[in-house]
Design a binder for this molecule. Structure first.
Ligand code: TXE
Length: 485
C-alpha cells in the first residue's frame, strides 16, 4: 500500500485492484502534486471484464427497454444525490473551476442518463410494407459487448454520453476513462453498486491509453467502439480496427471558427465568443479557437475582447470567483506554452495572456496555470492557425466579406463545430450551410439539445453521437422480410 487513495477497477459488480498490481500516479493539476493512484489494467483485467460483460448481456438484453430505462433513471437519481462529491472529484482531477463542475458537468451526467433512459423506451423499429407481397421489419439488435473510451476534459459527462446509449440499447459495456481524470468514474462505479446494477452490465477498466486502451480496441469480443479524444489517437484506433470491421464512432479534435459579422449584437457576441474560446480553459473540442471578425468591426471587437479576456480570473479552482482553473497536466501546459512560442515565431502578436501563472492561493503555487491568450497577425495557413492547441489560446483574423469568411473557416483539416454571429439572419443561414462542420451555432455557442447529432467531418471524426444517432450506432439493424405468399 502506498497510503495514497486508490482508484480501482469495477469488474463484475465489484471494485478490485488491477491483476498485475500496477498503478499510475494521479495528479491534482491545481497543486501539481500527486494525490492518489489509479489502477493500470492489463489483459487479465480485460479478460475478466469481457467474461463478466458476456455473461450479463443476455439477461440485460432480454430485460427490455422499460427495465433498462429504470436502471438508468436510478443511476441518475444517485448522481443527483451526490453532485457535490462528484463535482469536487472532477475539479480536483482536471483543475476545472468547482463551480463549473457543479453547475454544468455533473448535472449533465444525470441528464445524459435520463435522456437515454427515455430514448430506450422511444427507440422503435421501422417497417417497409411491400403491398400484397409481404412486409419487411427492421430489428435493431444490440452488438453485445462494446467499448467506450473517453477523455479527461469532461470526464464523467463524456463517459456517460457513451455508456448511457450503449446500455439503453441493450449492450454491456467495457468503459475506459482517461488515466488523467479517473476519480469520478470510480465514484460512478460506487453509484452502480449502490443502485444494485446487475454485475457485469458495466465494467470500468482504468489505465494507460496505449496499454489497456489499445487492448480494448483490439479485443475481438468487443464488437463496437466509441471513442472521444485526440485526432492522432483516433487515427491509430481506426487503423487498428479496420481489418476486424468493428463498428467505430470517433469524436476527435477541432479548430473551430467563431465568425463575427459587423452587424452582430456586440455585447452578446463578445460574451459568447469569450465563452467559446475559454470555457474549461479552452479544453473543449467545440471551443471556438479561431475568431474571424469582419474587418470594419475588427479593431473595436479585438480591443473589447482583449479587455474582457484580461479580466478573467485565473486561480484556485475551489475559489468561487475563479473563471479559469489549471490545465490538465504539466505536459499539456508545456504543449500550450510551446504553441505560444511557435505563434510568436510565426509572426503573431500576443495581445494578452499566454504566460505560466502562479495564482495567489498558496496551495496552487506549483499548479499548471496559463493565462488566457489572444493572438493576432498570424497567417491563416500557419501551424498555430491550423493545429488544435486545446488550451486557453485563440487567434484573431479579419475577413472582408461572406465568401472570405467561409473560405477562412473551411481552411483547416478539422470540421467539428462553428459559430456565426450577426443580425442578418439570411446571411447567417447561408454561412451555416457553407461551413464544413458537424455543428453550427448561430448567435449562441454550446447550446445543447441532446436529440441532435453531435460529431464532426474531415479530421474531426467519423459518425455522430446524440439522440437516436447514438442508439443506431449501438445497435445492428437486421431486416426480416416476410412473404405473404
Ligand atoms: O488524448 P488521447 P490526450 C486532443 C487535444 C489534446 C490531444 C491529446 O488536442 O491535446 O487530443 O490529448 C485513451 N488506444 N483531445 O493525449 O490520448 C486515453 O487513455 C485506445 C481532444 O489526453 O486521445 C484516454 O482515455 N485508447 C478531445 C483517451 O484515449 C487510447 C479530448 C483520450 O486520450 C490510446 C481530449 C490507444 N492507443 C483530447 N491512446 C476531444 N475530442 O474532446 C490513448 N487512449
Amino acid at each position: 500500500m502506498s497510503g495514497l487513495p486508490e482508484i480501482r477497477n469495477y469488474i463484475d459488480g465489484r471494485l478490485q485492484a488491477p491483476a498485475g498490481d500496477q498503478w499510475l500516479d494521479v495528479y491534482e493539476p491545481a497543486t501539481g502534486h500527486v494525490y492518489g493512484r489509479v489502477a493500470d489494467s492489463n489483459e487479465v483485467d480485460l479478460e475478466q471484464a469481457v467474461a463478466a460483460a458476456r455473461q450479463a448481456q443476455p439477461a440485460w438484453r432480454t430485460a427490455g427497454a422499460e427495465a433498462r430505462a429504470g436502471w438508468l433513471n436510478a443511476l441518475a437519481t444517485e448522481v443527483e444525490n451526490r453532485i457535490e462529491t462528484l463535482a469536487q472529484a472532477e475539479s480536483r482531477d482536471t483543475g476545472k473551476p468547482l463551480a463549473l463542475a457543479r453547475s454544468m458537468d455533473i448535472p449533465r451526467v444525470a441528464a445524459n442518463l435520463r435522456f437515454f433512459a427515455a430514448a430506450a423506451t422511444q427507440f422503435a423499429s421501422e417497417a417497409h410494407p411491400m403491398g400484397d407481397a409481404g412486409v419487411n421489419f427492421t430489428l435493431r439488435e444490440p452488438h453485445g459487448v462494446v467499448g467506450c473510451i473517453s477523455p479527461w476534459n469532461l470526464p464523467l459527462y463524456l463517459m456517460t454520453w457513451k455508456i448511457a446509449p450503449a446500455l439503453a440499447a441493450g449492450n454491456c459495456v467495457i468503459a475506459k476513462p482517461s488515466e488523467l481524470a479517473p476519480a469520478s468514474a470510480s465514484l460512478f462505479a460506487e453509484i452502480c453498486i449502490a443502485a444494485g446494477l446487475p454485475p457485469g452490465v458495466l465494467n470500468i477498466l482504468h489505465g494507460h491509453g496505449p496499454g489497456i486502451g489499445q487492448a480494448i480496441v483490439e479485443a475481438p469480443a468487443i464488437r463496437a467502439l466509441s471513442f472521444t479524444g485526440g485526432t492522432r489517437t483516433g487515427a491509430r484506433i481506426a487503423t487498428t480496427v479496420a481489418p476486424s470491421f468493428k463498428k467505430l464512432s470517433l469524436e476527435l479534435g477541432g479548430k473551430n471558427p467563431s465568425i463575427v459579422f459587423a452587424d452582430c449584437d456586440f455585447e452578446r457576441t463578445i460574451e459568447g465568443v469569450l465563452r467559446a474560446a475559454f470555457a474549461n480553459q479552452g479544453q473543449v473540442c467545440m471551443c471556438g479557437s479561431r475568431i474571424l471578425v469582419e474587418r470594419s468591426l475588427y479593431a473595436r471587437f479585438r480591443d473589447a475582447l482583449v479587455a474582457r479576456t484580461g479580466a478573467l480570473e485565473v486561480g484556485d479552482p475551489l475559489a468561487p470567483q475563479t473563471d479559469q482553473g489549471a490545465l490538465i497536466s504539466a505536459a499539456h501546459r508545456d504543449k500550450v506554452l510551446g504553441y505560444l512560442d511557435l505563434a510568436r515565431q510565426e509572426g503573431g502578436r500576443v495581445l494578452c495572456g499566454g504566460e505560466a501563472v502562479r495564482p495567489d492561493a498558496a496551495r496552487c503555487r506549483d499548479g499548471w496555470f496559463v493565462s488566457p491568450a489572444l493572438i493576432e497577425d498570424l497567417a491563416p495557413a500557419c501551424r498555430s492557425n491550423q493545429e488544435e492547441i486545446f488550451g486557453p489560446v485563440a487567434t484573431l483574423l479579419p475577413f472582408d466579406d461572406e465568401d472570405d469568411a467561409v473560405a477562412l473557416a473551411n481552411d483547416v483539416p478539422y470540421g467539428l463545430a462553428a459559430s456565426v454571429w450577426g443580425r442578418d439572419i439570411g446571411r447567417c443561414h447561408r454561412v451555416a450551410a457553407r461551413v464544413e462542420a458537424g455543428m453550427v451555432w448561430v448567435n449562441c455557442w454550446m447550446v445543447r439539445d441532446l436529440r441532435t447529432p453531435l460529431g464532426g467531418t474531415k479530421h474531426s471524426g467519423v459518425g455522430r453521437e446524440g439522440g437516436f444517432e447514438a442508439m443506431r450506432f449501438f445497435t445492428e439493424p437486421k431486416n426480416v422480410c416476410v412473404s405473404y405468399e
